[in-house]
Design a protein around this ligand. Structure first.
Ligand SMILES: [Zn+2]
Length: 306
């Protein structure tokens, strides 16, 4: 449920592991932050100009993963699963310290991020959140790939479809309401690739840290990982997780409806850039008692305000 109050984590959470593409061992500390701080990355291995803001205009690459860079060229990559977890749980303010260039891939999903953050607990403030409300329908196309965002009353809906020639993946479609649905399957869904693409990725200098411990590998009609899939729509569910993480680079939670076919990090970023090009496409407002639609928030919170 979407809470009207800004949240942070109770205390720091630490993750360590290998970066999927860089293969580098990295430590990440997610720390509580004060109201109106937002989400910020800090590269602790870099002595100056080490703050990198996860914002759509700071996305320097969105091929295979989302990389953000500041104006000094300091970057953090593969931020999307952690950002998706923060969005889903509803963390508005956090400082993320990282001692290398890439967020660890862990098990390839957002499961461990979500579990660790829920374990330490979440702190509510009494300051209202701000939300971005989409006012116009915007579309972005790239060949067969399409994505649209349109107004919705009170929710963020994501309807995603993927189409693969591979018979095991095939066509998968799922839709969720980010603030109302049970997101467990979304958080738990792992990144994936086709066996025949691994060589190509390695030649491009990518997937150096990739293994069956952090990615689903599909060969023909077979999943090479020992325990097969975690849920029936794991492939498309992972794409929805990516989409949530990439949407959080808007800076605030969104009220709107996304429909995407065969998209990914780049398409989501291009769509958001198009939305924010024109101020008429969106409004930014603070959730207060007056403008709060009843169904928008957790009813318990409403009672506590009253
Ligand atoms: Zn992903």
């Amino acid at each position: 449920m979407l809470s009207p109050f800004q949240k942070t984590i109770q205390k720091e959470v630490i993750f360590e592991g290998v970066g999927l593409h860089s293969g580098l061992e990295t430590n990440v500390k997610v720390l509580p932050a004060s109201e109106n701080y937002g989400i910020t990355f800090k590269r602790t291995d870099v002595s100056e100009n080490n703050i990198v803001i996860p914002n759509i205009f700071n996305v320097s690459s969105a091929i295979f993963c989302t990389t953000i860079s500041n104006e000094h060229g300091v970057s953090v990559s593969t931020i999307e699963h952690l950002m998706g977890a923060l969005y889903g749980i509803g963390i508005d303010n956090a400082l993320i310290e990282i001692d290398n260039q890439e967020v660890p891939i862990l098990d390839g999903s957002a499961k461990l991020f979500v579990e660790a953050i829920n374990n330490v607990g979440i702190n509510d403030s009494n300051l209202p959140i701000k939300v971005i409300k989409i006012e116009n329908k915007i579309e972005f196309k790239d060949g067969k790939k399409t994505i649209t965002i349109e107004p919705s009353k009170i929710s963020l809906d994501i309807d995603f479809e993927l189409k693969y020639e591979n018979e095991l993946i095939g066509t998968q479609r799922n839709s969720i309401n980010v603030y109302e649905s049970d997101l467990t399957d979304i958080y738990n869904s792992r990144t994936f690739c086709l066996y025949e693409d691994i060589e190509k990725l390695k030649e491009m200098g990518l997937a150096k840290g990739g293994s069956l411990d952090n990615a689903i590998v599909v060969k023909g009609n077979e999943v090479l990982n020992e325990n097969s899939l975690r849920n029936k729509k794991e492939f498309v569910n992972h794409k929805i997780l990516d989409c949530m993480g990439d949407l959080y680079l808007a800076g605030y939670k969104i009220i709107g409806k996304i429909v995407c076919s065969q998209g990914g990090h780049k398409l989501t970023n291009q769509l958001l850039r198009k939305v924010f090009e024109n101020k008429e496409n969106f409004s930014l407002f603070e959730i207060t008692g007056k403008n709060l639609p009843q169904a928008f928030v957790n009813k318990n919170h409403l009672r506590s305000i009253a």
